[in-house]
Design a protein around this ligand. Sequence first.
Ligand SMILES: [Zn+2]
Length: 339
Amino acid sequence: MVVGINCGHTIAGAGCGASGIINESGHTRRVGYALAEILKSSGITVVDCTVDRAASQEEYLKSVVDAANNRMLDWFVSIHFNASAGHQAKGVEVYTYKGRKYQDALAICENISRLGFENRGVREGSGLYVIRRTKAKAVLIEVCFCDNREDVRNYQQIGGESVIAEAIYAGLLDRVENDGIPFDEYVGAIAVRDWQKRKIILPSVVVAQAVKESGWGTSELARRANALFGIKQNGWTGKTYIKTAAEQKKDGSIYKVENTVWRAYDNWEQSIIDHNDYIASRSTDGGRTLRYAEIIGSGDYKKVCRGLQHCGYATAINYAESLIHDYIEKYHFDRFDET
Ligand SMILES: [Zn+2]
């Protein structure tokens, strides 16, 4: 993994940050370099996209983007501190391209807000040059307001840059555990909420499928496409991810299908909801009959697992029995059905 870090603004002159109670340019560097140290010590390659001096604001922005686009980055992270006209605004906010609510962007915002800052959320950042022009997935973090008394006091009390850097790091990487919430509990909470609302597919089965298909959230599709279930494109108009598929024939032999197109999402919750939408609406005859009609709304996990298999959800020949024995019964996922 390669992460580009931009400590926002030049040090002085053109492109310089806000003055505030604390100096923005100074603290973007403290936070950014603390984050770089943490990333490096976990074996992640860091590319410094910080520009200390520039003749103009335009030259500054262009130099940052050039530094970022010079390398193949998985992430471009720009660190800032906010300021407002009346010095009253406070809190953390994160900008992404088109305001995309990436799992990691949401986690960064949440982790920083848990340190005592108001959570202003993930916002539309397409208007920001460094978001729009960098090729990598980009996030611009406004840690807090450097001109607001409460925010600055809190920033200093919690331990400043090192604590903020840890919060950002956890957001960027701690995706499997989701802030300490185990993967099955994370998926279970969303599956239960959707079951109570729409009664499509029993929560224990959704959790078992997510755990089995994504390897507890660690698979390539889970990490790179936020997809917890291997659902192929099948009429999907959203974004996609291309990767080889492994299929199984009825005689048990495995064959590979290269360049398979999979559905991709901004975050795991979208993947779970889309999985349920898919079960509720999948039809191979233009909607006259629903492929999974026999399992929709059923409260019997064995019936649901076997129905998924028999209706053609997966080609793996032991799919249903594996969901039942290796997952639901082994980890007691039926606890999610008792609501
Ligand atoms: Zn700034």
